[in-house]
Design a binder for this molecule. Structure first.
Ligand code: IVH
Length: 674
């Protein structure tokens, strides 16, 4: 049995280690110990506190797990009002703001601004007395908020005790509580698995998590906090510039944005806004604009406030990624494999920088989950290049004439029965090669850039050719003749000749491309590559058993079955014969055991935007050379390829001393093995 004094010493040691690990992880974004070690330290601390309950203090990391549920949140009066920000929606608005600042300060000099992302989360006020967190509160109406102390204590990026010694006796830190995109996706995935209601977006999920009366529920949610300013400061001093203040907050243990920059003038602010706008989608969290703050606190003081917003700061908003519109109709599209996707036809709305009139509704379950009907007002979200989604239905003042969405039982194109797959969410047309929609999609896929790459044979033309009954499957493409093509609407002699030349050229291809082009279910570019490398020729692949197929890294039992079934079909044999007959050909590959490939045993991570080749193609090439391509950087990563606006993964690679290549570097590397 430990003596109390020994336990006390070990306890202090553990508290120090855990707090340091938290700080490295959250404030410095530079994890120092593996999660398992962190958990081990925490468990040791907890068992020590169980034996010696006197060791428990409010600042012990064990106290982050949540407390007994509250009946309601108490109200708190803010010691200093929590203000909001004026908005700018254009560069002109920002220039006008800068002019107002200089006019008011009666200066012609450039103003230095601190530029920060505007986190899309929930504002929070954290009060520290003698360095100890005593209260956490929401903004509320700015004067009165709600006491969420129990909940904020569960958020590991919020220090329970400030670091260092030189902090004011009373310090109020303000910031934003948010949920990362990844945390949000994981939370919703879990909710979906448990058939629970999904959150609309990360902000909504963060707000919902903070509103829990039972803080152990909050503790289980992936929340973070980013500090961006201070409120009351008594019994101590703070730096005289905002940028330096943020650095000071970091030194006291808070996470601040790693994107904070100083701008020498308003032009630099606009450049920052533009750059962040381009990188917005690759940030690990949602931001809805940029906040510009006059950097000098003395000038801030001189400028003061007007109504509820400071004159020294402004939020320059990005185009909204969510808007309200109306669901006018639902159409059912038939994909290459017969999967039926409900597509929402929307009242056109400007969202995420473009006009959106269609959004995916995914599948039957999604429609049921949203409880959406035709005529409903809905929230559409378009973030980055992701297909627009309907994330919620506005149920207040719902129109009375909502029509239910009826999922068809027959294929809308070929009328064949629709089958519901075992897992329940995917509905599939059973028409196969008799379904014009499936035929069209199969041919579009076959001709696409990553497959046989038939230049000029785009989606529209494929539809025209199938509708005109000139082609009925992929092999028919090679039998097309000039006169028939010229007879088509909008097709001249020259383009018809070019198309035939492109078709001829596409006959000489590679085995990975050909396999991908066949459109076998579950066989994407990367799998097609692995199959080609492993088997070297089509016959060997066609004869492979499910077990042999599963020996390949990215082939599981389901895909193996799809491959076996594909090659067992008479129609496949017939199709392959015809393709061979017209002269589709590729060089066979001498299969190399996977462990003898040049990059065998190496793990690569791709991050940021690549512009010379697609992420998928880079991944496929690397896998073809034997490398494993992972999604996150760890000590086991060998190389990181960082494209345009790479973010946290690049930072982590630098921290861990992992070699980083830019896109050209990757190409040079691949070139070596070409
Ligand atoms: S400064 C007086 N900085 O935006 C200055 N606010 O519309 C007050 N926000 O309620 C705020 N990121 O919740 C500031 N880097 C940032 C911010 C930020 C997000 C939120 C904050 C505030 C709202 C203002």
């Amino acid at each position: 049995m430990l003596e109390f004094s020994e336990a006390q010493q070990r306890h202090a040691e553990l508290v120090g280690k855990i707090n340091h690990a938290n700080y490295c992880y959250y404030a410095l974004d530079n994890p120092q110990i593996p999660d398992a070690e962190y958990d081990r330290l925490l468990r040791e601390l907890q068992s020590l506190e169980q034996i010696f309950p006197d060791l428990i203090s409010p600042v012990s990391p064990s106290q982050r797990v949540g407390h007994a549920a509250l009946k309601s949140f108490a109200q708190v009066q803010h010691l200093m009002p929590m203000l909001s920000l004026d908005n700018a929606f254009s560069a002109d608005d920002l220039l006008a703001f800068d002019k107002r600042v200089r006019d008011r300060l009666k200066t012609a000099d450039d103003i230095q601004y601190c530029c920060e992302p505007k986190y899309d989360g929930i504002a929070v006020s954290l009060l520290y007395e003698n360095g100890v967190l005593v209260r956490g509160a929401t903004r509320g109406d700015g004067a009165t908020g709600e006491d969420i102390t129990q909940n904020v204590r569960t958020i590991k990026s919020i220090p329970l005790q400030l670091m260092g010694a030189e902090f004011p006796q009373l310090l109020e830190v303000r910031g934003e509580i948010y949920m990362s995109k990844r945390g949000f996706a994981a939370l919703n995935q879990q909710a979906r698995a448990n058939n629970e209601k999904l959150f609309v977006n990360p902000r909504n999920a963060a707000a919902g998590s903070l509103r829990q009366l039972d803080s152990s529920l909050t503790a289980a949610r992936p929340l973070s906090m980013c500090a961006y300013s201070v409120g009351v400061v008594e019994g101590g001093t703070i730096p005289s510039e905002h940028f330096a203040l943020l650095q000071q907050l970091k030194a006291w243990g808070f996470a601040i944005s790693s994107e904070v920059r100083l701008a020498a003038d308003v032009a630099a602010c606009i450049a920052y806004y533009d750059a962040m706008g381009r990188g917005r989608d690759s940030l690990p969290f949602d931001i809805d604009g940029i906040v510009f703050k006059v950097n000098s606190l003395e000038l801030q003081e001189q400028l003061g406030f007007i109504s509820r917003a400071p004159r020294w700061a402004i939020a320059f908003k990005f185009p909204a990624q969510e808007e309200i519109t109306r669901l006018n109709a639902v159409e059912f599209q038939v994909g290459r494999t017969g999967a039926i996707t409900p597509v929402a036809r929307l009242e056109p709305v400007f969202v995420g920088g473009v006009t959106v009139s269609n959004a995916t509704l995914h599948n039957r379950d999604e429609i049921a989950r949203l409880g959406v009907g035709i005529g409903d007002r809905v929230i559409v979200r378009r973030a980055g290049d992701v297909i627009p989604q309907i994330v919620a239905v506005l149920t207040e003042d719902r129109p009375t004439d909502i029509q239910p969405i009826v999922f068809p039982t027959c294929c809308p194109v070929c009328q064949a029965p629709i089958e519901i797959e075992e897992e329940g969410s995917v509905a599939r047309c059973t028409g196969g090669i008799n379904c014009a929609a499936q035929v069209k999609e199969a041919i579009k896929h076959f001709a696409s850039r990553q497959a046989l790459d038939v230049e000029g044979l785009g989606d529209k033309l494929v539809e025209q050719l199938v509708d005109a009954k000139l082609i009925n499957d992929v092999a028919d493409v090679f039998a097309l003749q000039l006169p028939a093509l010229i007879a088509l609407e909008r097709m001249g002699q020259k383009s018809a000749e070019n198309l035939l030349a492109a078709i001829e050229k596409s006959k000489t291809t590679t085995l990975p491309r050909f396999l991908f082009a066949l459109g076998i279910r579950g066989v994407g570019q990367a799998t097609a590559n692995s199959l080609a490398q492993h088997f070297g020729n089509l016959d060997a692949l066609g004869m492979a058993s499910s077990e042999e197929l599963q020996a390949i890294p990215d082939v599981g039992p389901v895909v193996a079955t799809f491959i076996v079934e594909f090659f067992a079909r008479d129609a496949t044999a017939e199709l392959l014969r015809r393709l061979d007959e017209v002269g589709v050909q590729w060089p066979n590959i001498t299969p190399k055991p996977l462990d003898q490939l040049p990059l065998a045993g190496q793990t690569w991570v791709l991050t940021g935007t690549l512009s010379l080749l697609t992420r998928e193609a880079a991944k496929a090439r690397l896998q073809q050379l034997g490398a494993k391509v992972a999604g996150s950087v760890s000590a086991k990563t060998h190389w990181v390829v960082a494209g345009e606006s790479a973010g946290s993964k690049l930072a982590k690679a630098v921290e861990l001393n992992i070699p980083v290549l830019d896109e050209q570097g990757l190409l040079n590397e691949l070139e070596k093995y070409a």
